[in-house]
Design a protein around this ligand. Sequence first.
Ligand code: CP
Length: 306
Amino acid sequence: MVAMSLIDFSQQNEKAIYDLFKSSLILKRNFNNYSLSQVQVKGIAYLLFFEPSTRTRFSFESACARSGVHPIVLSSATGTSLEKGETMEDTVFNLDALRPLFFVIRCPDELDLLSLAKEIKTPIFNAGWGWRGHPTQALLDALTLYERWETLRGKKLLFVGDIKHSRVVSSHLDLAKICGYKIGYSAPHYFLPVETEGIEVFSNVNEGLKWADAVCALRVQKERHFDENVRKGFDVDLYKMDFGINQKSLTNLKSDGVILHPGPINYGIEIEKEILKDPRSVILKLVENGMFIRQAIVQNFLNGKT
Ligand code: CP
């Protein structure tokens, strides 16, 4: 069932993505001209969050409810047969038998979503898969930039921080190829991935900020620091001094630049709390747009366009 799934961007093209942005912005404009009581229920979706989530989970739940899809959510192992040792894979196989319209799945790397999608009848929407990808996060980031710029072609997006463990960056690398924007990295060596071909890499964050049209600070993902070099290399005070996003470093970002963070945020480490109030910050707008892009994805699916 891979064709109807959204696990990565391999089935997407620029026109389809821009059409999705336009549909999302229409949904946003019509947010108040809408009543849940008028929505006809079309079916049930299973939202399986094998890892924690706030933004993605609530926005997918809202998107489903607003589209006439009743969401049933697994938000922890408690009370499920995962507690008895049933695997995530077996959980999906069994729930597939109950014939939901689609799955929304957040999971660690060990669950192979691409293989799973070939074996089950139900399409899968990737809601964050280990370090491999978080396509709806990349889409909502890109939607927010498109809303500002009306195009992404030729624009420069700088990622700062824990790039090596970021599924958001993984998805942006693919989306940037489709939509023609450039990616830059600024991070200490232990947070840089091995592969940086085609990427602008800045050892000095201020140089990166001067280059960028938008900067996305990334959460330091301690839960994925299995590599001893990363654990030994990371020193929070040095990290903040060299790569922290704060009022001082942001004097290097252009006055009409854009500040993003996918959340959740470690305030005082990768970014200072006061930056939420910087007029260039779209951090909460990203959350808002997350619901509209996910609603557009669900509605495209219901209309047979995914
Ligand atoms: N950005 C993001 O995926 O946030 P959650 O983990 O809260 O869903």
